[in-house]
Design a protein around this ligand. Structure first.
Ligand SMILES: Nc1ncnc2c1ncn2[C@@H]1O[C@H](COP(=O)(O)OP(=O)(O)OP(=O)(O)O)[C@@H](O)[C@H]1O
Ligand SMILES: [Mg+2]
Length: 253
């Protein structure tokens, strides 16, 4: 039986008179790699903030493992937030701390454990994202863009979330580092069972995902596998799939 970790039902989001989501529906399966795409201003970041419990919805429901999270008490929200991870577009590591110290800082904030255990756990996280042990002692400024993203991912994974949200994870990376990162994300989903949701503009990244959701005019106009995008009758999707880049990527798969 398919189990959903997140179900969004008839979501309405507004800024004053402006309606951003007009009754949006989506379902994220446990243990899948899910991408959210859409044009600029489509409401991706707003949706992300709502899923992260950083913004209240104006209508509809968000179910997390079947439970409506739009009606939780503050205490329940604080508990739930511990199970949700996020990696924002720009590095959230503190530049005055080494990568290892950054990971340990987050681990110690989350778990009541001694230094030795925290160090061991941090090293495991670094290894999980495929970074060399030396990186533990390096400062974020000493890393390449690709390494910095992986280190940020290790920080985001250090609280052992059930679901992890990545905001434009490959933006600013060269194509080789971007593919390396996409492969890592795919492997994490396949080997650890974590659910990963990414907001992306990167067409190549879409082809690594299980499910793509397209936001357009306040609704999800497509939710399905990346190949199915070719049959979607929506102007924004047509524009996307008619690009040579998309067709080449799809054929090359
Ligand atoms: N704090 C705010 N106050 C008023 N309007 C806002 C606010 N934040 C976003 N909006 C508007 O809501 C709409 C959706 O914005 P949102 O940032 O969610 O889009 P997006 O899909 O993330 O776009 P982008 O790809 O450019 O990041 C836009 O029209 C935006 O101008
Ligand atoms: Mg945005």
């Amino acid at each position: 039986m398919v189990r959903y970790i997140v179900e969004v039902e008839n979501l309405v989001s507004k800024y004053g008179e402006k309606v951003v989501h007009k009754g949006l529906n989506l379902k994220i399966k446990e243990g899948e790699l899910y991408a959210i795409v859409g044009g600029s201003g489509a409401g991706k970041s707003t949706l992300l903030r709502e899923l992260l419990l950083l913004r209240k919805v104006d209508g509809g429901k968000i179910l997390f493992k079947g439970k409506d999270i739009t009606k939780l008490s503050q205490k329940e929200i604080d508990e739930l937030k511990k199970r949700i991870g996020v990696m924002f577009q720009f590095s959230t590591m503190l530049s005055s701390l080494t990568v290892g110290q950054n990971i340990i800082y987050v681990i110690k904030k989350r778990y009541n454990i001694d230094d030795k255990t925290a160090i061991d756990m941090a090293k495991i996280k670094l290894n999980l994202v495929g970074l060399n042990p030396d990186v533990f002692f390096m400062y974020p400024s000493e890393l390449s863009g690709g390494m910095r993203k992986k280190a940020s991912l290790a920080v985001a994974l250090s609280t052992d979330p059930d679901i992890l949200f990545l905001d434009e994870p490959t933006s600013g990376l060269d194509p080789i580092s971007a593919e390396d990162f996409d492969t890592l994300v795919r492997t994490l989903v396949d080997t650890t069972g974590i659910t990963i949701v990414q907001i992306t503009h990167d067409l190549a990244s879409l082809l690594f995902t299980d499910t793509v959701a397209v936001i357009s005019e306040g609704l999800i106009v497509y939710e399905g596998n990346p190949n199915g995008l070719l049959n979607v009758e929506n102007k924004w999707v047509k524009n996307l799939t008619s690009t040579l880049r998309f067709r080449r990527l799809l054929n090359g798969k």
